[in-house]
Design a protein around this ligand. Sequence first.
Ligand SMILES: [Zn+2]
Length: 124
Amino acid sequence: MKKPIKICENIECGAEINSYKSAKRKYCCDQCRQRSNFLKSKILNQDHNEWLKSYKEQLNLIRLIKKRGKNKIRLTTLEDLNFDFGILQANRNMFSPEYKIGEYIIARDKVNKEYCTIKRFVKK
Ligand SMILES: [Zn+2]
């Protein structure tokens, strides 16, 4: 009998897990497991549903921006749109902070620091 298809529980991923040995498997890869645990610990003290709602809104905004063919956005614009950079933090490098949302990485532009570049995150 075919096993039911599972969906990766990392809210940023949602990939199908086609092959798994244990029914307990929740994530498609270690990266997703770590990322999901990180996000969970971050939102522990907040209303989960509220957070998820604003997270999805923000992700949709980024998708919209990319759809318009824009790869750069002013940092203050993202702040005006209520982006929660604390939660989106992708690494601990203080000098070139990167933020991850959905399939995108938002990084401070190296030339013009008022801007952020948005690029697609490629899983290794
Ligand atoms: Zn995943």
